[in-house]
Design a protein around this ligand. Structure first.
Ligand code: HEC
Length: 311
């Protein structure tokens, strides 16, 4: 049998298709499946081995059978192999074209200055396509113009909603879209709850479950060593504290969105005043643009200046 594709292309091609298929269907996170799961690598190795073995066996069988053929059969085989794709049965079936030596059968008898016309049948591939289009058109007409399934405007809206969802999904997991300049304080309950979970599994050892402070400082007061407010707190958690103090950069193990949540949770504890909290460390943090605290205003002594008075 003549092979359309030589084995040195066929083997890598089949292998690549199988490997791509496995990568597509096996969810292995960021890493390729064959690194994440050793079984996959093993399977691919065995598969490649079998593929090569089959190639070798088939070509050996081909060679042996060729030697067993009579001269007559060898000739037939060579003839069959030299036949081009255009002459194949498959192409004949698709086109039903007449061979040149049978053209007289379909020749029409007009003759325009030597230009003659053949009356070939319509090629079956074309006729099939035509009927398929007719069927499609009927179904389309009934579905959209008679039953009024949905309009293009509705389709557009649905697609936009779908892509909006995908954008949201992407933003949720996109790593670099959040940094200390863009971060905002989250106040919705689910985000705070997630932040609490992250806090409980990573931070309580040094900051205590109520954030009152142990090895790490009290996180519930208005005093911050490294600056308060969501941007500074996000930055501290992400980049860590001063070196040697024990607060490591959490960006290595938490995603920016997780840091945002835990930072928001920490800030939600402001003023919770836990029992036996560590004494305040650092400077009092006043939110930029925030109204001065009420304590401060009550202390302001009003000095009335009589502008009409002259010295
Ligand atoms: C190994 C102990 C340890 C762990 C675990 C730890 N911290 Fe800290 N944390 C510290 C220390 C110590 C400091 C003080 C750093 C400094 O003085 O520079 C600190 C400082 C901080 C500050 C700044 C406080 C200020 O006054 O400026 C924040 C916010 C904070 N930690 C949040 C967290 C969060 C959130 C986690 C969990 C993801 C966490 N920490 C886990 C030890 C820890």
């Amino acid at each position: 049998m003549k092979k359309l594709i030589p084995s040195y292309i066929r083997v890598p091609l089949i292998f690549a298709v199988v490997m791509a298929g496995m990568e597509y269907f096996i969810d292995s996170g960021d890493k390729p499946a064959f690194i994440e799961y050793p079984m996959v690598a093993l399977f691919l190795g065995v598969f490649l081995f079998l593929l090569i073995a089959i190639e070798i066996v088939v070509s050996a069988v081909d060679k042996v059978t060729y030697h067993l053929l009579t001269d007559e059969q060898k000739k037939q085989l060579e003839e069959a192999q030299s036949m081009s794709f255009a002459d194949s049965k498959f192409m004949k079936m698709l086109t039903r074209s007449k061979d040149i030596d049978q053209e007289d059968d379909v020749m029409l008898d007009h003759d325009y200055d030597g230009i003659k016309e053949l009356d070939n049948v319509l090629p079956p591939w074309w006729v099939g396509l035509f009927y398929a289009c007719v069927v499609f058109a009927i179904i389309y007409l009934i579905r959209f113009h008679v039953m009024g399934d949905y309009t293009q405007a509705e389709e557009f809206v649905a697609e936009m909603e779908q892509s909006d969802k995908q954008v949201q999904e992407y933003l949720k997991n996109a790593p670099d879209l959040m940094d200390k300049d863009k971060v905002t304080l989250l106040t919705d309950a689910p985000a705070i709850a997630e932040g609490k979970k992250i806090f409980e599994s990573n931070c309580v050892a040094c900051h205590r479950p109520d954030a009152g402070g142990a090895i790490g400082p009290n996180l519930t007061d208005k005093f911050w060593i490294l600056g308060g407010g969501i941007k500074n707190v996000f930055n501290t958690i992400s980049e860590g504290g001063r070196s040697g103090k024990g607060m490591v950069p959490w960006k290595e193990s938490l995603k920016p969105t997780e840091i945002q949540k835990v930072a928001s949770y920490v800030l939600s504890l402001q003023g919770s005043n836990p029992k036996d909290g560590k004494p305040a460390e650092g400077d009092e943090w006043v939110e930029e643009g925030a109204a001065p605290s009420t304590e401060a205003t009550t202390e302001v002594v009003e000095t009335v200046v009589d502008s009409t008075k002259t010295e």
